[in-house]
Ligand binder design. Structure first.
Ligand code: COA
Ligand code: AMP
Length: 634
């Protein structure tokens, strides 16, 4: 295959308007755009202003109109409910979406209104998402592993007219009751949604608390199907909250037009899939990967997408992924490296794979965290297909760096997500905004403007948007990742430059966990560090300084803070360990030396900071970390 990457990349930067207007021809517009890119108010850029379209039409109706209504759109595979498989053709899915869209309209949801979707991985989550898009409502999906408090924060910020939920989620074999969490969240929030629509799952039939809670089936039975509503290209499609450096999450806002154009383009050019093929993103609809590659992009492209309600291991075993690939003839798989590490841990030789025919699988894409070379080699040897690490953020909405398989595969360098995807002008900058030499580590930034589908703004927080992403490096978007570009133009993304940690591909703010720990009545001061973990990449560990005079058993206090984090942030934080220390190491100006403590915990080389106020404290911390299994030389 000839390699078209360099030419495509060059054109995307030299002539972005031509490049993206050509891509935009591949989607359905009610009204063409007046301008490809509005650059009048940097750093706020808008793609395809003046254009009108509907995202749901492009995901569903369009394929029916072109004669592909009988093609499978969605395959729901749920080992946690006894391996039930449900398949929806484009026509069936469209009918269900139109009816639920009608139900939302009947509850007063109109264009621009927000709808929070707090659901497990069931087809109704996809239906609710697409129903919002159909009527121009703005959805905000909240991941099921968050606690009531986190849901409440999102309710107060998004102010949804309606919340859509279910009676339960299922974690391997454990039933997670959603209604108590939903009720508690609505109780905690200052803003009250008008109604909640609840899907009764056979695994947990629950009584609805009062008339503000409506039964999914009942509202759908009464509903009339709703048509697609044309929206402006620049209207918001969704808000997706992600961790920021404070406890307050950032509501990333995505538009309709740019999102559709970039995601549709990515299916062929990054993933090299064709309409009618089977695409599986083993993620969760609560995360950006789930939004983009379980729901939207595969449907825009006329593929069959898989919604998998299960884990890579334990549902029932480490052969679960191989079963799904073989059973549904998956062509491309996208997941997080942590999922492959989980499989490797349980079945290091890949014995379970031998029972399945994986001949349909052409490539494996990994994202969510850096793919460590060990995992890359293991997956490559086992599957004997290209394994592609690609680099993403919730903010970008799609890959910023990847081996673009549809433009011709480049050679793989382990540890690197390869090169910038067309449209992304990636630079590595030093403190004075100067571009660094190949190999020099600095801040990974994107030269403005960014391509379509990058975030529009932060919901209700334009000033925070500008401050967070554009204030340090003028003319650039700051990704808050550090890394370098090598002599061959390959990008290496090494770590975050802020206090975000990455736990099993989930993005968490250590600051948010610290806020919870600090609320314990016996805690005077605290810090949270992300320590290396073989399975999850990183795990949060708390360091607590107690108020003077506290005599309570320290084990009890650590158990209490672990419970608090689970209740306030959610089990997804995987916060299980905390230690009590005499004091925290700080610089003379009072900055807590989290980085040094993390290096000690991970047995990395570290240097005594010249500005530390009390060097002895680091020895004590090292000893305490050893007692809980860290800071030990391998
Ligand atoms: N609802 C309720 N609870 C949830 C949940 C949900 N949707 N998702 C996770 N949790 C809970 C888990 O049950 C677990 O609880 P526990 O502490 O009681 O065991 C906790 O949150 C941590 O979950 P997780 O990080 O998923 O760990 P795990 O041990 O259950 O599974 C992996 C480990 C590696 C198998 C799993 O993390 C995985 O598949 N990760 C892939 C991540 C991913 O897709 N990321 C998206 C970016 S591409
Ligand atoms: P999220 O917004 O949850 O998708 O998390 C985004 C962050 O995850 C990025 O800023 C990176 O720190 C990290 N990340 C995601 N994919 C990769 C990758 N392929 N390589 C390195 N880091 C990654």
């Amino acid at each position: 295959m000839t390699n078209n990457y360099s030419a495509a990349y060059k054109k995307s930067l030299d002539e972005p308007e031509t490049f993206w207007s050509e891509a935009a021809e591949d989607v359905h517009w009610y009204k063409r755009w007046a301008k490809v890119l509005d650059v009048s108010t940097p750093p706020l850029y808008r793609w395809f202003p003046g254009g009108e379209l509907n995202t749901c039409y492009n995901a569903l109706d369009r394929h029916i109109d072109s004669g592909d209504g009988d093609r499978i759109a969605l395959i729901y595979d749920s080992p946690v409910t006894g391996c039930k498989v449900r398949k929806f053709t484009y026509l069936e899915l469209c009918n269900e979406v139109a009816l639920f869209a009608g139900a939302l309209k009947a509850e007063g949801v109109n264009k621009g209104d927000r709808v929070i979707i707090y659901m497990p991985m069931v087809p109704e989550a996809v239906i609710a998402i697409l129903a919002c898009a159909r009527i121009g409502a703005v959805h905000s999906v909240v991941f099921g592993g968050f606690a009531a408090n986190e849901l409440a924060v999102r309710i107060d910020d998004a102010k949804p007219k309606v919340i859509v939920s279910a009676t339960c989620g299922i974690e391997t074999s454990r039933i997670i009751e959603y209604l108590p969490l939903l009720k508690e969240a609505i109780h905690l929030a200052n803003y009250k949604p008008e109604k909640s629509i609840v899907l009764q799952r056979p695994e947990l039939e629950a009584e609805l608390p009062n008339s503000d809670y409506l039964d999914w089936e009942t509202v759908v039975k009464k509903a009339k199907p709703a048509d697609c509503v044309p929206v402006a290209s620049t209207d918001p499609l969704y808000i997706l909250y992600t961790s920021g450096t404070t406890g307050e999450p950032k509501g990333v806002v995505r538009d309709n037009g740019g999102h559709l154009v970039a995601l549709k383009w990515s299916m062929k050019h990054i993933y090299d899939v064709n309409p009618g093929e089977i695409y599986w993103a083993a993620s969760d609809v609560g995360w950006v990967v789930g939004h983009s590659y379980i729901v939207y992009a595969p449907l825009f492209h006329g593929c069959s997408t898989i919604l998998y309600e299960g884990k890579p291991v334990g549902t029932p075993d480490a052969g679960a992924f191989w079963r799904v690939i073989a059973e549904h003839r998956v062509n491309v798989l996208f997941t997080a490296p942590t999922a492959f590490r989980a499989i490797k841990k349980e079945d290091p030789k890949g014995n379970l794979l031998k029972a399945y025919d994986l001949s349909s699988l052409r490539s494996l894409f990994l994202a969510g965290e850096r793919t460590d070379p060990d995992t890359l080699y293991w997956a490559q040897n086992l599957l004997d297909i290209p394994v592609i690490d690609h680099w993403w953020q919730t903010e970008s909405g799609w890959a910023m760096a990847s081996n673009c398989m549809g433009l011709g595969m480049l050679s793989v360098k382990p540890g690197s997500p390869t090169k910038p995807v067309p449209g992304w002008d990636i630079r590595v900058l030093g403190n004075d905004c100067e571009e660094l030499q190949p190999g020099e580590v600095g801040a990974v930034c994107i030269k403005l403007p960014m391509p379509p589908s990058s975030l529009l703004t932060l919901w209700n927080a334009e000033a925070r948007f500008i401050e967070s992403y554009f204030s340090t490096f003028k003319g650039y978007y700051e990704t808050s990742d550090a890394g370098y570009i090598d002599q061959d133009g390959y990008i290496f993304v090494m770590c975050r430059t802020d206090d975000i940690i990455n736990v099993a591909g989930h993005r968490l703010s250590t600051g948010a966990i610290e806020e919870v720990l600090a609320a314990h009545p016996d805690v005077a001061e605290c810090a949270v560090i992300g320590v290396a973990d073989q399975l999850k990449g990183q795990l949060p560990v708390g360091l607590l300084v107690l108020k003077s005079g506290v005599t309570k058993d320290s084990n009890l206090i650590t158990l209490e803070v672990v419970k608090m984090v689970r209740e306030k942030i959610g089990p997804v934080a995987s916060f299980k360990k905390a230690i009590i220390v005499g004091r925290l190491p700080k610089t003379r100006s009072g900055k807590i030396l989290r980085g040094t403590m993390q290096k000690i915990a991970d047995c990395e080389d570290w240097r005594m900071p010249a500005t530390i106020d009390d060097p002895v404290i680091l020895d004590e911390i090292g000893e305490r970390l050893k007692a809980i299994g860290y800071a030990k030389s391998p």
